[in-house]
Design a protein around this ligand. Sequence first.
Ligand code: SAM
Length: 412
Amino acid sequence: MNWPILRDRLLASPRFHRWVLAIPGLRSIARLQSRRLFDLVAGFSYSQVLLSCVELRLFERLAAGPCRTTELQRQLGLNDRSFEVLTRAAVALELLEWRTAPAGEISAKPAADASIADAPQWLGLGMLGAVVAGNKAISAMVMHHKSVYQDLADPVALLRDPSKTTQLREYWAYTRESMGEPTQSSPSSPSSPSNQSSAPKAAGAALTLQQVSDYSELMAASQPLVAEQVLAAYDFSKHRCLLDMGGGQGAFLSAVAKAHPQLRLMLFDLPAVVQKARSVLADEGLTGRMTFHGGSFFSDPVPTGADLSSLVRVLYDHSDERVMTILKSARRALSAQGGWLLLAEPMSGTPGAEAMGDAYFGLYLLAMGKGRARTPQELARLLNQAGFTRIEAVPTRLPLQTGLMRAYAPVG
Ligand SMILES: C[S@@+](CC[C@H](N)C(=O)[O-])C[C@H]1O[C@@H](n2cnc3c(N)ncnc32)[C@H](O)[C@@H]1O
């Protein structure tokens, strides 16, 4: 019998479990395994605790310092039982922390079975809650997950029928339209074109301001997490002009522009998104250094003139076939003078974060109806087929947040 089969049989055997738990050296391994399994079972509840804290603005309330529990309970408007359940759960997950009373106040640590009446009187941010409090991007993503959880509430139904209507499909309107489905017209939107019927060739180009607003805001809110990683990993100072393809409201360009005042900037995205970007970047005083280009990867040429292009969180939204169209278009735009392409997105198979690429993004993108997280090797193959050379991974400080690769588009 080979080892994997033997291992499966042992791990499935209650007798083996009892035996392992009886041996001190093996007990800690068994405990760790049970904890990992329990976390898989309970993960949804943990997420709901985090969502409740964010929705109730608990971290914001505690950002200025610990708060007396009675005052916090009053602010949240929860009854004793609910407040106790939420705060204990949040403490257990290191989102909140019991604090000793400030000087002059009296506080007692409760027994494990104490009721709210015996609880310590002050609560502050826990190790993880403090991180959320300092980062609006995380809260924005957590709130977005309300729809994600609803789409994943019946995962088997989604797996059996991946074309089923989901909230994410509605939300990411360009993925819906790129499949040739009709888009909803919005008579009030100034950018509503007259021909709102399905137009797969001009994928996304017919979307209205209203249809792109929510996702563009979310992307802009979460972009600092990504831009910080890319800026720390890649040296932009040797470039003269950066074209951000699928650049959204320009949050990535704005972060790079502030760090590298020598760079000229170009933004390419769907016309309605570019319309939004123009007003956001005008407010930031960046429009003098920038040009804006509205169009679709699938029906319009990408503008030329940059010596560096970026695709940030773009490719994982699309099928291999569409990724090839995007990459070839990026290469054509760079190859007049030769230039570099940067790919920044969560990547599958990231050491230490395998679950993020394959379990999290796998299901998320299934519910969205398009795309998949790819390994660096898969991306390298696609880059190579699209005519790029000198393809390499660029290490980032937090690969869980952003994987980074670069590739060269030679002249011609
Ligand atoms: C997931 S968002 C990422 C936005 C931005 N790069 C960021 O990281 O914040 C994908 C972007 O690709 C744009 N996009 C989708 N389909 C497109 C198309 N056919 N042509 C041009 N841009 C497109 C979307 O409008 C959106 O801004």
